[in-house]
Structure formats: structure tokens, C-alpha cells
Ligand binder design. Structure first.
Ligand SMILES: Cc1cc2nc3c(=O)[nH]c(=O)nc-3n(C[C@H](O)[C@H](O)[C@H](O)COP(=O)(O)OP(=O)(O)OC[C@H]3O[C@@H](n4cnc5c(N)ncnc54)[C@H](O)[C@@H]3O)c2cc1C
Length: 486
């Protein structure tokens, strides 16, 4: 029984290690770096190279990145123990000496008796199957997948949805938005307003109660700006620090996907006619249309996370935090994800994966890491570990692994790749917004003060996080016991 893994990045290293070490499966790991490097991965002899920052995010159990680390460490990760060994001081963050970190992983993989390394550029998946009769092939070639293989993947999956450039808007923590300023409303087009009036008149004529206003309240949270606030915002966006383009990144933007600073630089009123247009969004508190509006859309899998519509940006994270916090109602806002735009190859996994994570087009092929729709070193590593268990259980025990529960870190990420909304699918990092809100049952189960808590109008954020972390840990331990993975 043999498995091939293409790409010795974070996901590929994890997947190879878990399959070889935990399941005793013979793994051939294909890596191209000694023949051809990606534009960002430049060390020809190191696996699991960190291309930019040296941080693997928070260590705190009250942060889902912290719980994700615990979860994958229990599942046999090679990355987390290496990161702990190579750790450099960075407060609550797990930061590493990047070279030492990659060396530790490379040595372990190269010296494992069940692992064979093949230094080659894989241009077609079929070429791998020709080398050996592999039971499974895992593609873990990351955001900078070599072009020929990327084209082959497009053919295999029969999809045009293989993205090369990714525009990401910030996601905000709903608990930190000032709802005395932001208002819920859907944009009323003239037709909407007319239809609404007609429906009201018809109801009156039929002697029925008017249509339920609550249902009409709206799915969008809107941040109103007056003229002065708008122009001051535009000025700050133009002046804010931007992330420079890497040499390999051509600044080509699709229409409808322009960064806010590019629009702002075109003219001071461009944003007010674009993503910040106020038309059809009368502020219910004043009854008037604001000068401009920032619209926030609910993230599909959690009511407390809000995506800033059309706010993709190359402003640096520091500049984003500073500038966006000056918007009315966002002075104390916290961010689940910052905006970014960079070269990124990924597939719309919910369209092309079976529920067992194999490709619909070919059940022998799996994806792991960023190419399957997660974002970040840690998240890519996590999906490498998870896919190894999916394949290991299937091949060794002839058993389909149940996905971890939705309210665990690993479960929320894995489920995003299978069930995420396909229309606006883009690689996702781990954050609390992917988890469900606490139910009354959760509060009763995980709090010793549930009676008091249930009487509160709004739950304190730190209490909420603590309870969500307890729920996540509890659910993950139950899942481990049920699946007998450890
Ligand atoms: C420029 C850039 C900066 C980033 N900065 C950060 C950051 O600071 N923090 C963060 O958390 N995330 C960052 N990311 C996001 C991303 O999650 C990481 O890139 C992460 O490394 C992805 O892990 P992976 O295992 O999916 O792919 P990778 O780690 O990229 O590994 C893929 C491997 O596959 C190999 N490969 C590619 N094609 C082939 C082929 N055809 N044949 C054989 N081998 C092949 C590559 O050489 C590489 O070794 C960044 C991404 C980019 C593009």
C-alpha cells in the first residue's frame, strides 16, 4: 500500500509524516525545489519553508489558532513539535527560527524508513500514477503551485474555478461593532421599494396584517458616513501604507475586485459610487440617506462575523487597523481576518470534493493545505494532518473518518472546505466566526454560573470566548474517543 504526496510544504510535510509514522504507510514525497523554486520559496534543500512571517499565530487556548495547535499535535503533527523546539520569544505568539524549524522537519522526513523523496517537478498527476500504482495521491502544492500542474488540475476537475489571484476583504468581530451607529438593512432598489408599497396596499385591501417588517429588516449591517467623515476616510486610505507587490505579482485586478485604495486614488468620490454607495440605504434613525455607507455582510457560518463588502485591500495590516477603526461604529472593532490581495492558487473545494475529501473527478486524488481553501501556515498544516488521517483510516482500516464537530477548530476548517458557500469561496484562516454561537444548552453545560449568564442581555466577550474554548476542547476530546484515533 503506497501513497504519493506532491509538495513538501507545510501540508505535504504533515501529511507525509502522519501517513508514514502513524499508519506505517509507504509514502513517496515529490518536491520540485531543487529543480525549480517557486517565486517565494527559495531554499532548495528545505521542506516546510515559511515564505513570509515566522509566526504560527497564538498559543492561547482562548484563541482558535491555539486550540487548532493542540488538536493537530494530538493527531501526530510534525510541525507543532518542531515549532516548539525552534521557538523564539514572541509573547502569546508561537514564532520560530525559520531555518531551524524547516531543518528539523526536513531531517525527520528524509530519515524516515517509510518515506522516499523524489526531487522533481510534477507537471501531470497521471505521471505520478505511472511511476507506481499509488492507492492515493495528495496534492499539497500550495498557493504557488507550478503552472503546468495547475493547468492539469483545472483539466482534471473540469473547472475554470482555479484562482491565481485572491482578493480578500477584512472580517470583523460582530461583538465589537457599535450597533447604536451601524444599522441593519438591505439595499432597497426602486423596484424593491415599489414592490413593498404594492404588497402593503394589497394587504390593506385584503384586510390582512401588513407584511412582517422584521423579516424585511435586512441581512446587511451598514455603517453610515456623513460627507466630512467620508472625505477624511478617503484621504487616509490614499495616504496609508500599502504592501508592495512581489516581483512575480503583476498588479492585474479584475473588474469588480479592485482594492479600495486603487479606487480611492482614481478620484475622491469614486468609492462613494462604488463599494460605499449609499443608494437605497436610508438610515432608519434619521430617515435620510447617508453620504456614503460601508456594508457588512454576514459570513455564512456564523452570525457574529461580518465581511466588509468590496473592501479588498493591499493596505498593510497596521494601516488597515488604524484606518478602518476611524469609521463610525468601528472605533473598538476587532478583526477576525485582515484584507489582502496576493497570488494564490486554490480550488473551490465544496464544488469539486466528495464528502470523504477525495476529488469527485477521481476518488484516488486528494487535496491538502492552502490549495483546498484554507489560508495560513497553521491552517495548511492542519489540513495536511487531517487528510492523512482520512486516507490512513480508509486504506488501513477501510473506514470513513467522521469529520470533527463543527465547533472545534479542525472541524470548522474541514467543514468550510466541504460545505463552504461556493459563490464567494476564498481560502479561510481559523477564527471564532467559523464557530456557531453558544446555545442555551452550551451555556448550561460549560458554565458554573449559567443561571446568572442566561439572565444577561449580552454576554461579555471574554466569558463567551472561554465558554467557546471549553466547548471546542470537550467536543474534540469526544471525537477523539469516538474515532479511536489516539
Ligand atoms: C507570498 C506569500 C506570503 C505568505 N505569507 C504568509 C504568512 O506570513 N503567514 C501565514 O500564515 N501564511 C502566509 N501565506 C499563506 C500560506 O498559507 C502559506 O503559503 C503556506 O505555506 C501554504 O502551505 P501549503 O502546504 O499549502 O503550501 P506550501 O507551503 O507553499 O508548499 C507547497 C510546496 O509544493 C511545492 N510544489 C509546487 N508545485 C509543485 C510541483 N508541480 N511539483 C512538485 N512540487 C511542487 C513547492 O515547492 C512547495 O514546497 C503566504 C502565501 C504567499 C503566497
Amino acid at each position: 500500500m503506497k501513497v504519493a504526496v506532491i509538495g513538501a510544504g507545510l501540508a505535504g510535510s504533515e501529511c507525509t509524516w502522519v501517513l508514514a509514522e502513524r499508519y506505517g504507510i509507504q509514502v513517496t514525497l515529490f518536491e520540485m525545489k531543487s529543480k525549480k523554486t517557486t517565486p517565494a520559496q527559495i531554499s532548495p534543500n528545505l521542506f516546510a519553508e515559511l515564505v513570509c512571517s515566522n509566526s504560527l499565530k497564538s498559543k492561547s487556548r482562548l484563541n482558535p489558532a491555539g486550540t487548532l495547535k493542540c488538536e493537530i499535535e494530538q493527531l501526530g503533527s510534525i510541525v507543532i513539535p518542531a515549532a516548539k523546539k525552534a521557538e523564539v520569544p514572541a509573547g502569546e505568539t508561537l514564532a520560530v527560527d525559520r531555518e531551524f524549524f524547516s531543518q528539523l522537519i526536513t531531517e525527520k522526513l528524509k530519515n524516515h524508513k517509510n518515506i522516499t523523496i523524489r526531487e522533481t517537478v510534477v507537471e501531470k498527476v497521471e505521471d505520478v500514477f505511472k511511476i507506481n500504482d499509488f492507492s492515493a495521491v495528495v496534492i499539497a502544492t500550495g498557493p504557488l503551485t507550478e503552472d503546468n500542474l495547475a493547468n492539469d488540475l483545472r483539466k482534471i476537475t473540469g473547472t475554470q474555478e482555479l484562482y491565481f489571484y485572491d482578493a480578500i476583504a477584512p472580517i470583523l468581530d460582530g461583538d465589537t461593532i457599535d450597533n447604536s451607529i451601524a444599522f441593519l438593512a438591505n439595499r432597497q432598489t426602486r423596484t424593491h421599494a415599489f414592490e413593498k408599497k404594492q404588497a402593503q396596499e394589497k394587504a390593506i385591501l385584503d384586510g390582512l396584517p401588513p407584511p412582517n417588517e422584521e423579516e424585511e429588516e435586512g441581512d446587511y449591517l451598514n455603517i453610515p458616513l456623513n460627507k466630512e467623515e467620508y472625505f477624511s476616510f478617503v484621504e487616509k486610505v490614499c495616504a496609508g501604507a500599502k504592501v508592495p507587490h512581489k516581483d512575480f505579482e503583476e498588479p492585474k485586478y479584475f473588474n469588480g475586485c479592485q482594492p479600495i485604495e486603487v479606487l480611492a486614488e482614481r478620484g475622491p468620490r469614486t468609492l462613494a459610487f462604488g463599494p460605499m454607495k449609499p443608494r437605497g440605504l436610508d438610515d432608519p434613525r434619521t430617515g435620510r440617506m447617508p453620504y456614503a455607507v460601508v456594508q457588512l455582510r454576514k459570513e455564512k457560518m456564523g452570525d457574529s462575523a461580518w465581511n466588509m463588502v468590496g473592501f479588498q485591500t493591499r493596505l498593510t495590516w497596521g494601516a488597515q487597523k488604524e484606518i478602518l477603526k476611524t469609521l463610525p461604529g468601528l472605533n473598538n472593532v476587532e478583526f477576525f481576518r485582515m484584507g489582502s490581495m496576493h497570488r494564490n492558487t486554490y480550488l473551490v473545494s465544496p464544488n469539486i470534493l466528495n464528502e470523504d475529501f477525495s476529488l469527485k473527478a477521481d476518488k484516488r486524488i486528494y487535496l491538502a493545505g492552502q490549495i483546498m481553501g484554507v489560508e495560513g501556515y497553521l491552517e495548511s498544516s492542519a489540513m495536511g494532518v487531517y487528510i492523512a488521517h482520512v486516507i490512513g483510516q480508509k486504506l488501513k482500516n477501510n473506514h470513513a473518518l467522521n469529520c470533527p464537530p463543527a465547533n472545534t477548530s479542525l472541524g470548522s476548517l474541514a467543514r468550510y472546505c466541504i460545505y463552504g458557500e461556493t459563490k464567494r469561496f476564498s481560502p479561510m484562516n481559523i477564527h471564532w466566526g467559523l464557530f456557531n454561537e453558544l446555545s442555551v444548552e452550551d451555556i448550561k453545560k460549560y458554565s458554573i454560573n449559567s443561571d446568572k449568564i442566561l439572565k444577561l442581555k449580552k454576554l461579555d466577550k471574554s466569558v463567551k470566548r472561554e465558554l467557546m474554548a471549553c466547548r471546542s476542547e470537550d467536543l474534540f476530546q469526544n471525537w477523539l474517543e469516538e474515532t479511536k484515533l489516539v
